[in-house]
Design a protein around this ligand. Structure first.
Ligand code: HEM
Ligand code: HEM
Length: 229
């Protein structure tokens, strides 16, 4: 066995910050008085997801979406046992894209939410309250779809570990994976500090946009004249 670098630090930090945020969002979403905190963590997830989106193009080898995009040919090769690559395998890649998409959709819906009591999502002012309430209903339902996918994700990691005897967890912690001697070692390369700074800057911009502070305040309601009597 040889040990090579597969996951760069930004991918690993992204993953574990996303896990912590989603867990916190499920807890605060279910609490009665934590909706403001729920919203703040949700907005943070916008930054995480935008960072990962960019890193999927300018990150290191195995972080790049094109590297693990699950084309039918790759999936077929994997199912026939003919795939011997590194990084996300083609089936795992399907779940990676599904999880990223669901997290993005859930966060997007949250930004436009209204809980019919006092909390408006930071972008809810861009739409009417009735649409915001409808989107919040979808947000509440989608939370369970996301939970199901997270369950499948964790179950497959456990399946790979105990049935296929392939530990995916340690590489997501240390960045390094064991590779059989017959596989040509191709350590992750290509990430650079300027690329990291660019992805962080765009993520910060997205965070600012998601905060909604740029939305102009509605004009004050016209003063009602008090009758003379
Ligand atoms: C809220 C829960 C979770 C979400 C939303 C989530 C999401 C993701 C995403 C998006 C990726 C792809 C990483 C990337 O390329 O950027 C991934 C990979 C991974 N996750 Fe999670 N994850 C969650 C929980 C967990 C937990 C609890 C574990 C530990 C058991 C875990 C272990 C892994 C591993 C090992 C990989 C790499 C899989 C591979 O090698 O293909 N995840 N996860
Ligand atoms: C991936 C990100 C998010 C996840 C996983 C998530 C999860 C949840 C969950 C589990 C609930 C409770 C659903 C239920 O009542 O059964 C909830 C409710 C809610 N979330 Fe999120 N949320 C996310 C992002 C956001 C964001 C960004 C906002 C707004 C900034 C937001 C605002 C709300 C509101 C207003 C409710 C409804 C509270 C109520 O009426 O009881 N969420 N969310």
């Amino acid at each position: 066995m040889q040990i090579i670098k597969v996951w760069d630090l930004p991918v690993r930090l992204f993953h574990w910050l996303l896990v912590a945020s989603i867990v916190a969002l499920f807890i605060t979403g279910k609490m009665d008085d934590a909706i403001a905190l729920h919203g703040k963590i949700g907005v943070f997830v916008v930054g995480l997801l935008v960072f990962r989106l960019l890193w999927g193009f300018i990150g290191s080898t195995y972080a790049r979406f094109l590297q693990f995009f699950p084309t039918p040919a790759r999936i077929l090769a994997y199912l026939k046992g003919e795939w011997h690559g590194l990084g996300h395998n083609p089936l795992g890649a399907l779940s990676v894209f599904a999880l990223l998409f669901l997290c993005a959709l859930q966060t997007g819906l949250g930004l436009f939410s209204y809980d019919e009591i006092s909390f408006h999502g930071p972008l809810a002012a861009l739409i009417g309250d009735s649409l915001a309430v409808r989107l919040t209903g979808w947000h509440q339902t989608l939370a369970y779809v996301l939970l199901t996918f997270v369950g499948l994700h964790v179950a497959s990691i456990v399946f790979y570990r105990f049935v296929k005897k392939h530990d995916l967890l340690l590489p997501m912690l240390t960045g390094r994976a064991e590779v059989p001697e017959n596989v040509k070692p191709q350590p992750a390369t290509g990430a650079s500090i300027p690329a990291l700074l660019l992805a962080l800057a765009v993520a910060a911009l997205a965070l600012w946009a998601a905060c909604g502070t740029w939305i102009p305040e509605p004009p004050p309601a016209a003063a009602v004249e008090t009758p003379a009597w």
